[in-house]
Design a binder for this molecule. Sequence first.
Ligand SMILES: Nc1ncnc2c1ncn2[C@@H]1O[C@H](COP(=O)(O)OP(=O)(O)O)[C@@H](O)[C@H]1O
Ligand SMILES: [Mg+2]
Length: 227
Amino acid sequence: MPIIRTEKLTKIYQQGSIEVKALDGVDLQIEKGDFAVLAGPSGSGKTTLLNLIGALDKPSSGKVWLDDTEITGMSRSRQSELRKNHIGFIFQFYNLIPVLTAYENAEFVLLLKGVDHDHRREKVYGLLKKVGLEGMEKRKPYELSGGQQQRVAIARALAADPDLILADEPTANLDSQTEQGLMDLMEQLNKELGMTFLFSSHDPEIIERARRLIVLRDGRIVSDTRP
Ligand SMILES: Nc1ncnc2c1ncn2[C@@H]1O[C@H](COP(=O)(O)OP(=O)(O)O)[C@@H](O)[C@H]1O
Ligand SMILES: [Mg+2]
């Protein structure tokens, strides 16, 4: 069974008096364990698609299933419950909470889930070590480089052991060496834990690593291959 399925997913944005069709009837299945990249030019609908799959936004029409649960029609509180338990997000601009330390940012979702102090501590220290931030736990985002902030964001996304990671151009603002390191880590998590990844990117270094490459253009899937 796929972990994600979309059916005729359509999103129309209103830009003033103009309607923009950002997604146009997308039918997509992501299989468990996929390491898939959504490619396509800027404006082709990548971010919109990830946001709809993660229930961060509502489609104009069409449906999304996560496992066998249809999430499109759910209440917002059930959607956020589902996100908390199943999905980790990584954004292009990190979206860390500026007043919290690296440790606290990564810990946040575990607090929401009611995980007790000792387990939170063990998990977060382990993850920050894994992403190469040992010793930087107490730093705030402004005391970290872009690459380090994205490492915190990755630790945060992984903290709740999600089944699925949605990553929107996660390395767009990083140097090539940092990018390679983070991609190695995500590949390792995919191989060792079977975590499913769906990236958006137009970066050749990410596209090269895709085990499945889905290309969007003008809100439609124009090719879907396993290179
Ligand atoms: N919040 C929004 N309001 C209006 N139009 C939007 C909004 N978000 C995206 N769009 C439009 O939808 C289209 C797809 O955008 P997006 O999903 O961000 O593409 P990509 O991530 O591939 O660059 C673009 O034409 C963009 O201008
Ligand atoms: Mg985008």
